[in-house]
Design a protein around this ligand. Structure first.
Ligand code: PLP
Length: 342
């Protein structure tokens, strides 16, 4: 067990961190059992479990913050819970009731309270719910048993050296998800499909990949594990597409943008429009906003440059600060986005 007093919270990576407990719950004979507490990092699983063979797997990601007032706040857990129900439904797994989801995250956070990063370090407690088909099948059928588990771990700030724009690579030769496929739900299979273009982009010096719609290869879809948005004058524009995973961060930014008097558009964004944005960014729980410096189209080597001075744009910065302030209890939570644990 780590001596938490020596932890350099501000420099923790976004990675696995061993804590004391995780929570688990099993769905058998058509119903969920009681939540169980475990101190093991290992699960014992049937060799024919459907999650291993046929990808019956969904996950979630959210964060808890220690606020300015010392209270623990979890950001928009109910949206994650509903999204996980939607994912479960999409690949025929048992849905987790909202109250069970809530009980699981509250329990696991309280049990691991000593791993909760303090206020002001930019760090947070990352919460990872996981739902898997554990029942055996060899024929392609949904499992008859499921396991829901939640583990947590402290993660450092996404931007260790401040809010810094990154370069991303627009690709034509890989798709993240198929039209009418599973792009709109948070399932592991989509991620397996993104590993190859993602690794290539890293090797070629980019922070991530920007995927196009897989039907026409002409509209912006999303940026790997994050949604895409562009700012044009006083308008916040984000792609509408059936293959995009609906980001809760993006949903929150749209609300904040409207609040600031901006117009919000959710519609198709053709590649050519990239030349018209003042600012662009990727958004998701890990970074909130990852401002984009350059988008490089791999096929043509065409470059879209958004910040010649290397700094994030004013609108992205304002949106980022506003959302972070709500998460850390510095700003009134007028939409009731935070669950205060204790
Ligand atoms: C989780 C995820 C996001 C970001 O969603 P948030 O709710 O904002 O964290 C974006 N795209 C994909 C593909 C994802 O899996």
């Amino acid at each position: 067990m780590e001596n938490m007093e020596n932890i350099d919270w501000g420099n923790l990576p976004f990675g696995y961190f061993k804590t004391d407990y995780n929570v688990r719950c099993y769905w058998r004979n058509g119903e969920w059992g009681n939540l169980e507490i475990s101190s093991s990092e290992i699960i014992n699983i049937h060799i024919a479990a459907t999650c291993l063979h046929y990808g019956q797997e969904s996950f979630e990601g959210m964060k808890a913050f220690t606020g300015k007032d010392g209270k623990i706040r979890v950001f928009r857990w109910e949206e994650n819970a509903k999204r996980m129900q939607n994912s479960a439904n999409g690949i025929m797994m048992a849905e987790i009731p909202l109250d069970l989801f809530k009980e699981a995250i509250v329990t696991v956070i309280k049990l691991n309270k000593k791993y909760m990063p303090p206020y002001g370090k930019g760090a947070s407690l990352y919460i990872r719910p996981l739902l898997i088909g554990t029942g055996p099948q060899v024929g392609v059928k949904p499992a008859n048993e499921y396991m829901f588990l939640v583990f947590v771990g402290p993660v450092g700030p996404y931007f260790k050296e401040g809010f810094k724009p990154v370069n991303i690579q627009l690709v034509h030769d890989f798709d993240r998800a198929a039209p009418q496929g599973t792009g709109h739900i948070k399932v592991g299979g989509n991620y397996a499909a993104s590993l190859k273009p993602g690794t290539r982009a890293h090797d070629e010096g980019f922070a991530s990949v920007l995927f196009l719609d897989s039907k026409e290869n002409n509209y912006i879809d999303e940026a790997g594990p994050a949604n895409f948005f562009g700012i044009k004058g006083n308008t916040y524009i984000t792609p509408a597409s059936d293959t995009i995973l609906p980001s809760i961060t993006n949903m929150s930014l749209r609300t904040l943008a409207k609040d600031m008097g901006m117009t919000v558009e959710q519609r198709q964004v053709p590649i050519e429009e990239l030349a018209e944005f003042d600012e662009v960014g990727a958004c998701g729980t890990a970074a909130v906003i990852s401002p984009i410096k350059k988008i490089v189209e791999r096929k043509t080597a065409k470059v879209y440059d958004y910040c010649k001075d290397g700094k994030a744009g004013p609108v992205s910065t304002k949106l980022y600060k506003k959302l972070r302030a709500i998460q850390e209890g510095e700003e009134t939570d007028k939409y009731g986005w935070n669950l205060i644990i204790e």
